[in-house]
Design a protein around this ligand. Structure first.
Ligand SMILES: [Fe+2]
Ligand SMILES: [Fe+2]
Length: 154
């Protein structure tokens, strides 16, 4: 399996997790949680664990293996990649706020994080495949080698 296919599979997993978590967080924030605070708390914990175990490397693979090649595919891809990098930064800032501080509104920040992450992954799904399809087998192979070097399992 190639790097993009693996990233794509993670996006699908993220969409499922985010969907569940968004409902739970909205319930918490609107005080509509009907006795399922524990369920919401464990969904949050699971999401943060999955984020740390999967998404951080996912971002690294995109930033260091995939994006540099895509950015060289033309002016439009170059602009797209700069937008995607800014989105990574914003998502990571929110993650850091959640894990490093005693912020009282962590639920709210997490809700913002998952919404940004869902929009971001959707944007990648809509824009990256057509750029990938223009790459040569050699470029694709270089991406895979760089991804593996980062410890990404294809
Ligand atoms: Fe990304
Ligand atoms: Fe991604």
């Amino acid at each position: 399996m190639g790097t993009w296919d693996s990233l794509h599979k993670q996006h699908v997993d993220v969409f499922i997790r985010i969907n569940l978590l968004e409902k739970a967080l909205l319930g918490l924030l609107q005080n509509r949680a009907t006795g399922d605070m524990k369920g919401a708390a464990s969904l949050q914990k699971d999401f943060l664990k999955a984020f740390e175990q999967g998404m951080i490397l996912h971002f690294a693979v995109e930033e260091e293996a995939l994006f540099p090649v895509l950015a060289r595919a033309g002016e439009k891809p170059r602009i797209l990649i700069s937008e995607l990098l800014a989105e990574h930064k914003s998502i990571m800032e929110k993650h850091n706020m959640i894990v490093q501080t005693a912020a009282v509104d962590k639920d709210k920040i997490l809700l913002e994080l998952i919404r940004e992450l869902a929009d971001h992954a959707k944007k990648e799904e809509q824009s990256i495949p057509s750029i990938i399809s223009q790459l040569t087998p050699e470029q694709l192979n270089n991406i895979d080698q760089d991804a593996k070097r980062l410890g990404y399992r294809l």
